[in-house]
Ligand binder design. Structure first.
Ligand SMILES: [Zn+2]
Length: 282
């Protein structure tokens, strides 16, 4: 979400500046270091970037208060729509949880079971098509429409966006920048120095690098430092199945291989356990 104004706070002085009221000169000489997020009680500081397209952004290491609408805007180098906003707002935690469990079950089905389940779904659909078609607006647009403006999001999608399930080997160019539910087997857990890890998820010899970056650390601090439990777990358990909801990207300088960013601790599970459950159990 673009930040359109900032609160200037300096001693007892306080006033709101619209982005359009700020220029490089005013910022450098007067506002710099004193601009804050416009959300009430939020203490995140803001930076004004001048240039062809000026914008306000959060200081690198400042966090927004819980519930602040600008709190999801933390992923580096992303332009345009912030998919973590969809993940958080458009998909309820309940729905995400259900989707993860469902995906796990589908992943573990045999070919035959899968075919039967598909058939059942189809039958169900045909019997209710006429009614459901009329009631349900098109919701795909939320996920697939890159041009949807922030303000329009709430108007679209009564039922929330469709969440495409993809195994690691089926990610395509068109998934880039989109929210997906990723499935595969955990091949490796490479711990980093920031309390998180890089998880390699594999399917049919195709690897996807699952990342937990700045936004994840800001959103889910209670998950930091737990990834070594997962490392231990996969050293003992063969075929640990990963299911996670996040954003698809390609690895920098490498357009062939995909990376997958997760923004919230609850958004991924291994063998139906989130990292906290898994850590408590093992
Ligand atoms: Zn804020």
């Amino acid at each position: 979400m673009a930040i359109l104004s900032a609160i200037y706070k300096n001693g007892t002085e306080e006033r709101e500046y619209k982005k359009s009221e700020i220029d490089a000169h005013l910022y450098e000489n007067y506002l710099k270091g004193y601009l804050y997020c416009p959300t009430e009680n939020c203490t995140a500081r803001l930076i004004f970037n001048s240039g062809l397209k000026s914008y306000l952004r959060t200081w690198n290491n400042d966090n927004h208060i819980e519930g602040c609408i600008h709190g999801f805007n933390r992923v580096k180098g992303r332009v345009g729509i912030d998919t973590s906003y969809f993940i958080n707002v458009e998909l309820s935690p309940k729905r995400k949880k259900r989707a993860l469990k469902e995906a796990f079950n589908i992943y573990n089905m045999t070919e035959q079971e899968r075919a039967e389940s598909k058939k059942k779904k189809k039958q169900k659909r045909t019997t209710s098509t006429t009614i459901s078609k009329r009631i349900k607006p098109s919701t795909n647009i939320v996920i697939d429409g890159d041009d949807v403006k922030d303000g329009e999001i709430s108007k679209i999608g009564v039922r929330g966006p469709n969440l495409s399930k993809k195994t690691a080997d089926t990610l395509k160019e068109k998934d880039k920048g989109k929210t997906r539910l990723l499935l595969g087997t955990v091949k490796a857990v490479n711990l980093d120095n920031e309390g998180t890890a890089n998880i390699i998820v594999i399917e049919n010899n195709v690897e996807v690098s699952v990342k937990f970056e700045e936004a994840f650390r800001a959103n889910s601090p209670n998950y930091l430092g737990l990834f070594h439990h997962l490392e231990e777990y996969i050293s003992k358990v063969k075929d640990a199945v990963f299911a996670g909801i996040g954003e698809v990207n390609t690895i920098k300088g490498d357009n062939e291989n995909y990376s997958f960013s997760i923004f919230y601790g609850e958004d991924f599970e291994v063998n139906k356990m989130n990292l906290i459950n898994l850590s408590a159990k093992y």
